[in-house]
Design a protein around this ligand. Sequence first.
Ligand code: SIN
Length: 533
Amino acid sequence: MKTYDFIIVGSGIAGLSYALRACRHGRVAILTKREAENANTAWAQGGIACVQSPEDSFDRHVADTLDAGAGLCPESVVRTIVSEGPAAIDELIQWGVAFDHRENGAGEDELDLGREGGHTKRRILHSKDTTGREIETKLLAAVRAAENIDLYERHFAIDLITTRKLAFASSVRCVGIYALNEESGEVLTFRSDRVVLCTGGSGRVYLYTTNPKVATGDGVAMAWRAGAEIANMEFVQFHPTCLYHHEVKSFLITEAMRGEGARLVDREGRDFVKDYDPRGSLAPRDIVARAIDREIKRTGSPCVYLDITHQPKEFIAERFPNIYETCLRLGIDAATDPIPVVPAAHYQCGGVRTDVNGATSLPGLWAVGEVACTGLHGANRLASNSLLEGVVVSRRALDDALHRAPLDRPTEALVLPEWESGDVTDVDELVVIYHNWDEIRRLMWDYVSIVRTTKRLQRAATRLQNLRREVQEFYWNFRVTTELLELRNLVEVATLIVDCAARRRESRGLHYTLDYPETDDRAWKKDTVLSRF
Ligand code: SIN
């Protein structure tokens, strides 16, 4: 059994920033299921929203967030996270993160602030169009150089260990975690009084997504099995502009392009989003994604187009080098050709229910970043607020952990039961796992995506029930592998999304159902909370 002061699962902005601060207080383990840089954070293009300009204010950022969140964001949570943003940005800069600057016209250097949908001011700090990669690289380098941090790559966290199973324990809490060492096939037992989930989201539950392969909802699934409350899983954000191309899937075309004047147009070049909202292409994402979905269904066209051809080629290539080069390789010159795009699953606004300090309903367990639901995003996340949430709440979560479980109090000498494999064999036919994986992703796309109905949700629930049974059988009968564990989590998370969506009998933010097209503030201005015990 390996004992640590802090155990962090996940290696994106939330986990790495937590680790960099926690290692000043005690020994830290980071468990991450693939190579550490393989995190959702590294794929973030647009940037990190934070009030930086004298023309902007915390009040405005709060108001924009509340407006996007469609009535479900607690204002105190939003205000706390927004107003602690500048200090967190300073920390990122100290860890080596370089944000783009520009000359302000008076010979002075200032941060180059971008704009995205739903923001009434320019407040997006960025590093070209690869902001996430810059943050991931610099934080990871600092973590690798730190003395008190053990980084366990290719270690898949299987399940949280709670005292529920230890006969002598008085109160229910999280005391550790089981993790599969992918290389040796051995399952290790990790013990800590401070376990922090920073595992990101679950975009891979859908057929089309902007997320990397690692986004399989592991944290939410684990927390649910351990008995923590889960909230608002129906609010899945679909990004309006994922590249539509047969070769390259899951490639995001950042909203920052629309911030620089790009417009969504149909095949004839008509700015159709204005038919749905006077703000046009810069309306909040739920509105824009729904407008595209309707347009695609109405016209039978496979995609719509993002047109930035009004900007000079030099500007596009300098400000969006990653997108420009990628498109060019595929034969699309963004300076002259509109880019074909479709909506795709992008961000999980719900998750493990926490307070603004990342504390979950299960003592000993914190959750930070996309895996968590602090309420900041309400029913629809404002673009680029998520990296901000990750880096601000990770600091608060550490303070909270040190307060609730002070390090000078000796760690209780619990003997945790070893992982029992039982009488299992190796998975005989991987094809069955891949088939189930595909089935889940397709059924979620067909029945539980941008526009929902009660009947489609019921169909999805029935199919998921069967798949769940089958996956459980695999889990008990075969030796665990990363593929099998991801499938187990995927089916769990898909079920939670469907369950939340079926409960909400109204349309709000990202949840739109044809059977209840109106928002019902009287009955539904509240979170959807699920709890297992
Ligand atoms: C984007 O660059 O459009 C994504 C930003 C975000 O989802 O916050």
